[in-house]
Design a protein around this ligand. Sequence first.
Ligand code: GDP
Length: 455
Amino acid sequence: MQGEATMTEQPTIFALSSGRGRAGVAVIRISGPSARLILERMAAPCPPARRAAFRKIIEPKTGELLDAALVLFFAGPSSETGEDIAELQLHGSPAVVASVLRTLAAMPDCRLAEPGEFARRAFLNGKIDLTAAEGLADLIDAETDAQRRQALAQAGGAFARLCDGWRQQLLEARALTEAAIDFSDESDVAADALERARSLTRPLLTDLQHHLSAAHRGEIVRDGYRVVLAGVPNVGKSSLMNALARRDVAIVSSEPGTTRDVLEVHLDLGGYAVVVADTAGLREAEGAVEREGVRRTRERARAADLVVWVADATAPVTPPADLVTGETHILTVANKSDLVDPRGQSGTLTSYQAPLNISALTGAGLPDLLDRIAARVAQSVDEAAGTIAPTQERHRVAMKACADALVRFLSLPAPPPELAAEDLRLAADALGRITGRIDAEEVLGKIFGRFCIGK
Ligand code: GDP
């Protein structure tokens, strides 16, 4: 897949790589075989590679001056896309940008880039692997410090190097099993080769499983730590959601829903993304609808990292024992604390372990609640700190497939060499799919379609 000689047949693509609208500077990038020619015609003379030069930008047919800009040229293949690249740092005016884009569109073999097409070309020309491309897309989307750090490491190839290293060892182990097949009539040699393959594979499996166990951390950092609010109707869940949404110090964004004012609130707590979701449905009418609501609430609670059980401080109800399972934590808060006399409270709340008193109405206790959630996030993330974590389900699925094949290979005391070779091939291919060395085609659209135009 990678390193295909696709460079010369490609049309030249261009796009506005900076944001739209008025700005100090607008950057237009051009990648492909005509990049140099375009600079010679629109911003002559083409500057030496990697040197910024100040040039007049003209419309070549009419000679009209479009702008005066800083111009750069990067010669392929040692450029970001692997092709010749030209970059125009124009004045960020919509009229300037429009006139330059129009002029570029009129150039022969030149067209506007599709979303992610620059990154896609970089992948096809072997400049980046799939995980680096995903890291780049994540970096552009990053809203918190932890997301930025993780995405930057992945874009820099940290995860790809890890996968490639494992894959190399598996290919070595596989070569040994192939040798065992070739020497199957000399049983000593065959057994020895197989044993060497196994001793190569054992530490690799341990290492792989270690990183796999950090997968949840990678996903928490990337997608956010999931908090679900649950409780019986009227305890103040939606009021709490709205109160959190109004605390704009912490807010990254909030998405208005249809049934509630706010369905999800995105917070930045201590550099980590936290997504707080309300559980609607419990408040619906009785009967089938209510049962469906309860079922959904339980489902969401199980998928969450933390369930905040909201109780009404004046009439507290304990959370159902089976609300959370597995690794989900639960935190109980007593809302409407403004309605109870602080000294009379302890009697009504004995059933709670250190409940946190809050009031969605007055905002009392909310900073405390956010601190506690932040502490939980930090705890979940720190457990796996220092391990390069897979960030996407796609990675986790492939690593799991690799680990399963290795467990199969190692579980048989004396596997037939053909079976051993097949398991090692499956294991190596699973890793190859992560970086795109194998079967990249099926995930290309999904990965590069995430980018905006100009990336
Ligand atoms: P939900 O069904 O759990 O989402 O509950 P709501 O958020 O709709 O709240 C139910 C009622 O309790 C509303 O009338 C709210 O105004 C009220 N309420 C919510 N939080 C507080 C609070 O902290 N103090 C007081 N006094 N009333 C509250």
